[in-house]
Ligand binder design. Structure first.
Ligand code: AVJ
Length: 325
């Protein structure tokens, strides 16, 4: 499989999926490119910087909840469990969860093998009692877990409100895939960002230091670098908009003047004021989040929030709904 990013930047092979998503996305109306393409090396660095911003509350809020709920959570997870993380486990949350739950095994799943092995190695060193078994693969589809953890009780971990990037249908599909991968009776600990005032939401996605703007605009630099693009990046600006009816923050790149450019030899024009939609970050009220989980085959068992109710960690079990008429 081709990697979306290579060490040598310009000389890297074109990822056919990236090329396809960009060329079709720029031809769509409204124009839209999937958010997963933000995360080349520079984009991942910028996202790390976002998590430290004073305005970006989700990361530190979720870590605070995880620390505060540890005793309660640990009491609900069977001994000798395997923690299965959907994502590479490079965040500050993973070691905290492992120290809390003390599982027998830890399985990080990621499509980027290099990144996966790096973070898995570091975690294994820091947790000598835990069997770390990285699994390279696409967790948006059901996958076979390593035989070594076959008999262990499973705890899935999907932090960061990453589920918020998906539309409702895609989010339900993903939850069902996780259920198929982990099996009936498994637990899932998922972080979901809450609906709150625009006064908090918009600055979290449009910070004073301009880091989120750089993160969004990096997508255009990446297109220019990897797909032989001629996009005049300085003619675009970052926009973060709260879409109240859909309960989501949308990120866009807005053309500040009429622009014309090519990507991989194809010509595009974007008139002044029009945008490329680059990300949705859906927010969920308490009932919305539980409905979403049930829709994906997960029954909520417990949930923990911060004192300001900004973010929720929900523990759910892969069980069919009981008492259905
Ligand atoms: C990684 C998808 C959870 O939606 O808050 C942060 C990505 N985008 N700032 C989010 C993001 C702009 C983030 N997720």
């Amino acid at each position: 499989m081709l990697k979306p990013e290579n060490e040598d930047g310009a000389a890297s092979l074109v990822d056919p999926q990236f090329r396809h998503d960009v060329l079709t996305g720029l031809a769509l109306r409204p124009r839209a490119i999937p958010a997963r393409w933000f995360y080349d090396r520079r984009g991942s660095e910028l996202f790390e910087a976002i998590t430290d911003l004073p305005e970006y509350y989700p990361t530190r809020t979720e870590i605070g909840i995880l620390d505060a709920c540890c005793a309660d959570l640990a009491a609900r997870v069977p001994a000798g469990a395997a923690v299965v993380e959907f994502g590479s486990g490079s965040s500050a949350k993973t070691p905290r969860l492992l120290d809390c739950v003390k599982p027998a095994a830890y399985v990080p799943i990621d499509i980027s093998g290099d990144f996966l092995r790096e973070s898995a190695g570091a975690l294994a060193q820091a947790h000598p009692g835990i069997d770390v078994v990285p699994l390279e693969g696409d967790f948006t589809r059901p996958l076979a877990l390593p035989p070594a953890i076959g008999a262990m009780p499973k705890l899935g971990f999907f932090p960061g409100s990453t589920i918020g990037n998906m539309l409702a249908a895609g989010a339900v599909d993903l939850l069902r895939s996780m259920r198929a991968s982990l099996g009936e009776g498994a637990l899932l600990l998922i972080g979901i960002d809450r609906i709150k005032g625009e006064d908090v939401l918009v600055p979290a996605y449009d910070d004073a230091a301009g880091v989120t703007a750089a993160f969004n605009l990096n997508l255009l630099h990446r297109i220019n670098r990897e797909l032989a693009g001629t996009i005049p990046v300085d003619d675009f600006r970052h926009r973060a908009i709260w879409n109240d009816s859909r309960a989501r923050i949308e990120m866009h790149l807005e053309a500040m003047r009429d622009t014309a450019f090519t990507v991989d030899g194809r010509a595009f024009t974007i008139p002044a004021g029009e945008t490329i939609h680059t990300e949705n970050s859906h927010k969920y009220g308490p009932r919305d989040a539980r409905l979403l989980l049930r829709g994906g085959g997960w029954t909520p068992l417990a949930e923990w929030t911060d004192p300001a109710d900004r973010f929720a960690l929900i523990l759910a079990e892969a069980q069919p709904e009981r008492f259905a008429p």
